[in-house]
Design a protein around this ligand. Structure first.
Ligand code: CTP
Length: 245
């Protein structure tokens, strides 16, 4: 599942090594701005065992039959704060923050609905929560220890979105442009761009910005150390006596 990524939990990993309260990074940005790329680069460079990623997309509301028909005609607005079950997202993130494992719906962009099965996400040292409206709800914002806004030019985002929706989400060119002009672009101006005021860091050029990603990783490492996370001990157990990177 591309929206949920749980990394680095080796089978021998010692439960006692987990932080009592994980560090939560919120990642917000327009559609196809590169949130997933930034998240994956943070996970890779952090090198911390046990990082979980949770996507707001998993909490798209279940559509009524009428709404589903509208979605198939590209007439349903998936880019509105009301289209997400933000309360469920906040309660799941809260449980993860308490170190509990949670069941999360798996969203299918091809059918505009949840798959039958859920996925399990375990408590972690670091949790990344990403989504177009990640900063739109106070309850969710309050659970984040660090907020990062991923920025990319609108033409870059549209080009990426066209490519992705046609190749991965079974959409056609006309339909993607119809959705983009009717809902996606206005939503960015009305609901997403204004939430940049909540960001601690804005990352221009999304996933290509290695300097910004490096700064974020350094900050998170410092915060983890302040919470008692011992990098060398953890890495030693993670690499089972092999030389540390
Ligand atoms: N969406 C859709 N069909 C659905 C549900 C959502 O096309 N059934 C679209 C919405 O229009 C919304 C987008 O999915 O704009 C949200 O996903 P997006 O942020 O583009 O994807 P990510 O991979 O999370 O982000 P990024 O590309 O930045 O990594």
């Amino acid at each position: 599942n591309r929206t949920i990524y749980t990394a680095g939990r080796p089978p021998w990993y010692n439960l006692q090594g987990q932080l009592k309260e994980p560090f939560v990074i919120g990642l917000c940005g327009g559609s196809a701005s590169g949130k997933t790329t930034v998240a994956n680069k943070i996970i890779e460079q952090l090198g911390v065992p046990w990082v979980s990623m949770l996507s707001l997309d998993s909490f798209y509301k279940v559509l009524t039959p009428e709404q589903h028909k509208a979605a198939l005609r590209n007439e349903y607005n998936f880019d509105h704060p009301d289209s997400f079950d933000a309360d469920l997202a906040a309660s799941v993130l809260k449980k993860l923050k308490e170190g509990k494992s949670v069941q999360v719906p798996i969203y299918d962009f091809k059918t505009h609905g949840r798959q039958e099965q859920m996925t399990n996400i375990y408590g972690a040292n670091v949790i990344i929560f990403e989504g177009i409206m990640a900063f739109a709800y106070k309850d969710l914002r309050d659970l984040m220890d660090m907020k990062v806004f991923v920025d990319a030019d609108p033409d870059v985002r549209l080009a990426r979105r066209l490519k992705r929706d046609i190749s991965e989400r079974e959409r056609d060119l006309v339909g993607v442009l119809q959705l983009y002009n009717t809902f996606v672009k206005p939503a960015f101006d009305q609901y997403i761009a204004p939430t940049v005021v909540y960001a601690d860091i804005v990352v221009p050029r999304g996933g290509e910005n290695n300097v910004a990603i490096d700064l974020i990783v350094r900050h998170v490492r410092t915060q983890l150390e302040q919470r008692g996370f011992n990098f060398r001990a953890q890495l030693r157990s993670f690499h089972q006596g092999q030389p540390l990177p």
